[in-house]
Write a new protein. Sequence first.
Length: 372
Amino acid sequence: MIEVIRVQSPQELRQFVTFPFKLYKDCPFWVPPLIKDEMETLDPILNPVFKNAEAFYFLAKKDGQIVGRIAVIINRIEIEEQKKKKVRFGWFDVIDDIKATKALLDKVAEIGKENHLSYTEGPVGFSNMEKAGILTMGYEEMNTMITWYHYPYYAQHFEQLGFQKQATWVEYKLSIPPSIKEKVAKFSRIIRERYELSVIRFRNKKEILPYVDEMFDLLNKTYNTLQTFVPIQQYQIDYYKEKYFSFIHPDYITCIRDKEGKLIAFSVVMPSFSKALKKANGRLIPFGWWHIFQAQRKNNTAAFYLIGIDPEYQGKGVTAIIFEEMQNLFNQKGIVTVETNPELKENTAVQLLWKDYEPVQHKERSTFRKDL
């Protein structure tokens, strides 16, 4: 028999956060999050997203042992401003037991109905800036620090329980050539001159700060037509700035401005932290910080995290400037492989950006939906 209990205490929240460490203990492809970060993200006092969201955390137990977890999320901006009557769920992990999966998803439906919502969708986070989707392809690939890993039976459970795919994301591996392609460099020069654009280069993290709010503003403008979009609030921007700033190296940020000094495009790439986080196993102390530090200094793999382009400049070749800057950086740093961030399958405009870099799709993930 499956018993589902609501998380009420800090001890139970820690059990909620650390359950995947047991579930994926012997999985070489699962990359653990930092436990401290997860605890803070799920804490209503520490995470400002709770100004417009509610969350309920549940653990599934069988014979007294934890066999699954789930977070049920109500995003008020999504419901009240965007008129999407959706109850979200995320942080979903479970053993290969369809009864445990059903018991956890029943809690989602129960809370959704109590709040007069129409359907459930997940796994997702509090907003579109967080992890999303059940892995449906790429089970023998390590996840990045901004994605979840899942066993193949997860998607099978959802389909057996009458859920249907809603949004689908694809991810690619790109091969970086040893030198810049001449056509990219030439096109980059043409676009810079035609639109009088210039590249902002940063010497330290302090110089980046004045541009962060503009970057998020560009993200809102870039993705506001996509199906999963929820506007990023200023308090979330401040939170993400604080949370991820320690991982960002100024060399890996490209910002482009117009002749008036207005930011019109940016990209954020990071060295891959997957292997470092695997070694850290959820903790920075005593040696986790060292693995992160080493990954920043010496790495032949990078991960593409964010790209934003003002709609006024989309389709005008601005990405050629970004790619020229990235290419020069990658060759300087010895990076030969880059992973893209998850891109919605229908977002073909972004996927076309990779065509000159021998893209290979190596992962796919989907959210699943069911009417209540």
